[in-house]
Design a protein around this ligand. Structure first.
Ligand code: KDG
Length: 339
C-alpha cells in the first residue's frame, strides 16, 4: 500500500436536481468535491493510503467537508482549520445539446487564504511515495500558488514522485497568468496530464500540423507535443484524456500516453453520461494507481480510462467504483455503454 498525498481545495457542491436550470431550482443536491480531493477519494477507494492537504473553516460546514472525505477513507490529519469560509460551486448539469454550467462562489475561502504556517510539509511528505496536484490549486490565489511551490519543493527534496494535471479553469485565471505560474511549477513534475490545448495555451508550445486525418492525426499531434514537453521539462511520462463529444450527454472516451519511447492510445469507450464532473480526476487517480503499483504505461492507461469511464455513471464528483468493476469493464464488452 503506497502513501499518496494530494493538496487542494475541497468545496461544497450545490447542483440542481434532475437537470433543472438554475432559475427553476428550489433545492440543491449536496456533494463535496474539488480536483485533488476527488483524486484522493479514488485512490483511497483502490486501497492506497491517501492523505489530503487543505484548509477548511472551523465550523460545521468545514467539518462536513472533512467528514465527506473520511467517509471514503481519506486521511485528513493534514487538513488545517481556520479562515473565513468553505468555497462553494454551483452546478447546473448539462443534458443532450445543452452544456453544463458552473458558478463559483469561492473567493476568500480558507484554502485560498491559507498560509505557510498552516502546513508542516516535512511531516506531510515523510515516507510519501507520490504527490499529486492540479492547476486548480495555484489558480485559486497567489498565496495558494506560493504554497503549491513550497509543497512541490518539499516533496522533491524527499524524493517523492510528483504528478500534475493541468486542469485549466478559465473562470479562475487567464492563460497568461497560468503560463507564468505553470511553466515554473513544471520543473518539479515527473508525470504530467494535459491536453494539446494545455501545451499550446498554457506552455506556449506549437503543435505540429499534419495532413493526416482522424485518429492518425490526433496521435501524430499528441506524440509531437508530448515529445516537446519531455524535451523541455524532463518528464517521465505524459498522458491526456481524449473526448469525442456527440452531445453533452453522449461521448466517446479514450486516452493516450508517452514515456519518451512508446506512444500508446487506449481502447475507446462509448458513454452515456450521468455526471461528467470529476472524470479527469478519476483518470488521474487510475493512472497514478497503475504506475505506483508498477504496471507498465499501457496497463496503467487502460486502467485509468476504464476507471474514469465508469465515473461518468456516478452522480457527484468522486469515483466510487471498485477495482473489480474497473477490471471487469477492461476485460468485457468494448461498448462500455452505461445508463
Ligand atoms: O475536476 C473536477 C473539479 O472541477 C470540481 O471538483 C470542482 O475543483 C473544482 C474546480 O475548481 O472546478
Amino acid at each position: 500500500m503506497a502513501k499518496i498525498v494530494t493538496m487542494g481545495e475541497i468545496m461544497l457542491r450545490l447542483s440542481t436536481p434532475g437537470y433543472q436550470r438554475f432559475i427553476q431550482a428550489d433545492s440543491f443536491d449536496v456533494n463535496y468535491g474539488g480536483g485533488e480531493a476527488n483524486v484522493a477519494v479514488s485512490l483511497a477507494n483502490f486501497g492506497h493510503s491517501t492523505y489530503f492537504v487543505s484548509k477548511v473553516p472551523e465550523n460545521p460546514i468545514g467539518e462536513s467537508a472533512v467528514t465527506a472525505l473520511r467517509k471514503y477513507n481519506v486521511n485528513c490529519d493534514f487538513i488545517a482549520r481556520g479562515g473565513e469560509r468553505l468555497g462553494i460551486y454551483y452546478l447546473e448539469p448539462g443534458a443532450s445539446m445543452r452544456a453544463s454550467n458552473v458558478v463559483y462562489d469561492r473567493a476568500h475561502s480558507s484554502m485560498a487564504e491559507a498560509k505557510e504556517e498552516d502546513f508542516d510539509f516535512d511531516t506531510v511528505f515523510e515516507g510519501a511515495d507520490w504527490f499529486h496536484l492540479s492547476g486548480i490549486t495555484p489558480a485559486i490565489s497567489d498565496g495558494a500558488a506560493y504554497l503549491t511551490e513550497l509543497a512541490l519543493k518539499a516533496a522533491k527534496e524527499k524524493g517523492v514522485t510528483i504528478s500534475m494535471d493541468f486542469n485549466y479553469r478559465k473562470k479562475l485565471w487567464s492563460y497568461e497568468k497560468a503560463n507564468k505560474v505553470m511553466t515554473n511549477l513544471m520543473q518539479y513534475v515527473d508525470v504530467c496530464i494535459g491536453s494539446k490545448e494545455d501545451a499550446k495555451y498554457i506552455l506556449g508550445l506549437t503543435p505540429v500540423t499534419t495532413e493526416k486525418t482522424g485518429i492518425e492525426a490526433e496521435d501524430y499531434i499528441y506524440r509531437d507535443i508530448f515529445q516537446q514537453m519531455m524535451d523541455r521539462f524532463g518528464l517521465k511520462c505524459i498522458a491526456s484524456t481524449l473526448r469525442e463529444s456527440y452531445s453533452a450527454s453522449d461521448n466517446s472516451w479514450s486516452a493516450c500516453i508517452y514515456d519518451g519511447k512508446e506512444f500508446y492510445h487506449s481502447r475507446k469507450y462509448e458513454m452515456r453520461i450521468v455526471d461528467r464532473v470529476g472524470g479527469g480526476d478519476s483518470f488521474a487517480a487510475g493512472l497514478i494507481c497503475g504506475l505506483i503499483e508498477g504496471k507498465d504505461i499501457r496497463e496503467s492507461l487502460e486502467f485509468a480510462v476504464a476507471a474514469s469511464a465508469l465515473k461518468h455513471t456516478i452522480p457527484g464528483d468522486v469515483n466510487l467504483v471498485t477495482r473489480r468493476e474497473v477490471e471487469n469493464l477492461m476485460g468485457g464488452d468494448a461498448s462500455g455503454r452505461v445508463q
